[in-house]
Design a protein around this ligand. Structure first.
Ligand SMILES: Cc1ncc(C[n+]2csc(CCOP(=O)(O)OP(=O)(O)O)c2C)c(N)n1
Ligand SMILES: [Mg+2]
Length: 639
């Protein structure tokens, strides 16, 4: 970046009239916290007039400050001085120059990152400057809560299968992102989170937001560390992306002290490394093939890693060639399209209860899959279980396994397809499951068309599935309302269904929706929001508006935390802390933020309202008042 009388050098940062104070002012202005004198915050002098500090000027006016160029404010924006990276994303070794933020952006760009999800903070300004001055510039998508930034990065990873990037400012910026990082960890989503960090030169003296983040992040990331050297930033960011994208995928956290991030330096970026797919052990495959040949009632379960690992085609072929009944979960949904003759998700309890062999691919044997205990229905024997994972440490250790295989999931599935004998045509087990699927779907029809008033939530799905295109992205964020969606909205293609996954964190909605709109610009994006869930991220409808990202939000508004109220009633006979405002106008909230919306109270209005929403081309919330007396018929609480 330009000349550093203040922000550019660690020296300047240490001086009282340089970056040290100016930065404190910026932060205090943002957060209202911890300003030494309180003057700048109270009077707005430094921020508004630039009198007090160098960076105040640069930030607001771009005048009188040599760093104006580097900030992309005023004259310097087009000159792009100080950066020679990001062009064409050379995959060989690369010489980086400029400040640490520019190095970070160059390294991220080589991994296919086109958007940085963020919420502003002075500690990470150089990353913004690096993005603005990269060629081509990297998009900055600024949100209203850091959890949305990380959820958007995770949503990007889930949809594009390349790592997403969130940049969070030091301290509260990072801690606000923690639930979303944990979600990515549980979902094995490749996400890189870059954190700002208080400067090393003052560490221990109590500078603003001085928090050692990596120990907080270590349990929920593949690695969490600090890069202290400016010249090491490019390589560290590169390492973070390689690690996040290598099976078993997951989030990686790296923070960079601001003195390193603002420093100008040159460094070598290593040549791009791609993880080599791990070949499965032929002996393990042969054993699974043997189990299949002995099985009378096999079931194949396909989970999120099948999609994330690019194994969806191999999975479909294996299922079809071997004629195996299939159940999908998470992002495995859609690998066999809705209506496929082998897809028996709707006969799930029969399939998993009566199976004698269950082969689970690319998803943990957690509460969603009965902790890996299958079969045993009506006095039958327990099913044998095979767990297939993309990394050895993902194979379940908490339940007995008859077999397992580890490696690139596409390779495992192809090898299995070659090694195992196909099941005979006219398989009575498959026929039994297909019959159960047909019966379940026939039984649904009445409620999917329900004329009840107040609205039955299933009617919303009856209407929505009529409108959705094959390539629609459907996102669920809520309790019962989303459980219904999981059951009645069956995707036509893989990679188009986003739920919070086994961490079950409410609030993923707006972040995932932002990601979906960016990743699939021409597809319908439908965000299903419980009214409770809406409260966690609805403010980011503002982000949809500011960045012109049309998304249809459908709020199943029962006026309660349904998935908590009903169980509490069941256990105690009463409930507390489970009521919300009946028919609260969340549609008006979106309107106030610059989008559009409508309240729907009658079943016949739902279809037309959804059509208007999809046609509107703006962020639109259809607020459907539903019957609070209806509880999703749940067979497990997950505990
Ligand atoms: C961050 C977070 N806080 C609390 C919970 C516990 N929780 C799970 S479902 C649920 C109720 C959701 O209510 P709503 O979104 O209105 O959906 P409904 O069940 O009413 O359809 C709650 C509070 C959670 N999963 N995540
Ligand atoms: Mg609710």
């Amino acid at each position: 970046m330009g000349t550093p009388d203040g922000m550019g050098t660690p020296d300047g940062m240490g001086t009282p009239d340089g970056m040290g104070q100016a930065h404190d002012t910026g932060q205090a202005h943002d957060t209202g916290q911890a300003h030494d004198t309180g003057q700048a915050h109270d009077t707005g002098q430094a921020h508004d007039t630039g009198q007090a500090h160098d960076t105040g000027q640069a930030h607001d006016t771009g005048q009188g400050n040599d760093t104006g160029q580097a900030h992309g404010i005023g004259q310097g924006h087009d000159m792009g001085q100080g950066h020679d990276m990001g062009q064409g994303h050379d995959t060989g070794e690369q010489l980086l120059s400029g400040h640490g933020g520019a190095h970070a952006v160059a390294a991220a760009g080589r991994h296919g990152v086109t958007t940085i999800f963020t919420l502003s903070g002075g500690h990470v300004f150089p990353v913004y400057d690096g993005a603005v001055n990269a060629k081509p510039p990297m998009r900055l998508l600024d949100v209203r809560h850091e959890q949305t930034a990380v959820f958007a990065a995770e949503g990007t990873a889930k949809l594009t299968r390349a790592p997403g990037l969130a940049v969070l400012t030091a301290g509260p910026g990072v801690t606000n992102g923690v639930s979303a990082i944990a979600t990515a960890h549980f979902n094995s989503s490749p996400v890189v989170v870059l954190g700002g960090r208080a400067p090393d030169y003052r560490w221990g003296a109590g500078s603003l937001q001085e928090l050692d983040h990596p120990p907080l992040l270590a349990p929920i990331t593949k690695r969490a560390w600090t890069e202290h050297a400016a010249a090491g930033i490019g390589a560290a960011v590169d390492e973070a992306f390689v690690l996040a994208g290598a099976p078993h995928r997951g989030p990686v956290f790296l923070d960079i002290p601001m003195d390193a991030l603002f420093s100008e330096t040159t460094a070598q970026l290593p040549a791009l490394r791609k993880p080599q797919p791990a070949s499965p052990d032929p002996g393990a495959i042969a054993q699974v093939a043997g189990l299949l040949s002995e099985a009378e009632r096999p079931v194949l379960v396909l989970g999120s890693d099948v999609w994330l690992g690019g194994a969806e085609e191999a999975a479909r072929q294996a299922a079809q060639t071997l004629a195996l009944p299939v159940i999908t979960n998470g992002q495995g949904r859609g690998v066999l399209p809705a209506g496929h003759e082998l897809l028996v998700t709707r006969a799930r309890s029969l399939a998993l209860g009566a199976a004698d062999l269950v082969i689970v691919v690319g998803t943990p044997l957690d509460f969603r899959l009965g902790y890996g205990e299958f079969g045993g229905k009506n006095g039958a024997e327990r099913a044998r279980v095979v767990h297939i994972a993309d990394a050895a440490d993902q194979v379940a250790a908490h339940c007995p396994l008859a077999g397992s295989a580890v490696g690139d999931l596409a390779a495992v599935l192809r090898d299995l397809m070659d090694a195992a004998a196909p099941r005979k045509p006219g398989d009575p087990w498959l026929a039994r499951l297909q019959e159960a699927v047909i019966g379940a779907m026939a039984a649904d029809r009445t409620l999917l068309a329900s004329d009840a008033s107040p609205v039955h939530p299933m009617r919303i799905y009856g209407e929505l599935t009529r409108i959705l295109d094959d390539d629609a992205v459907v996102i669920g964020d809520g309790g019962d309302f989303v459980s219904y969606a999981g059951k009645y909205v069956e995707p036509k293609r893989p990679g188009g269904w986003l739920d919070p996954g086994p961490y079950g964190c409410l609030g993923t909605g707006l972040g995932y929706a932002i990601a979906a709109r960016l990743a699939r610009p021409d597809a319908q994006v439908a965000l299903l929001l419980g009214d409770g869930a809406a409260g966690f991220s609805l403010m980011d409808a503002d982000t949809l508006v500011r960045h012109r990202l049309p998304v249809v939000m459908i709020c199943g508004n029962n006026g309660i935390w349904g998935l908590e109220k009903h169980p509490m009633q069941m256990i105690y006979g009463y409930d507390v802390a489970a009521d919300l405002q009946p028919q609260c106008r969340y549609d008006e909230v979106v309107r106030a933020l610059g989008g559009a919306g409508a309240l729907v109270t009658e079943p016949g209005e739902i279809g037309p309202a959804l059509r208007r929403a999809f046609d509107s081309g703006v962020p639109y919330l259809v607020n459907v008042a539903t019957d609070p007396g209806i509880a999703y018929p749940r067979s497990t609480t997950g505990i």
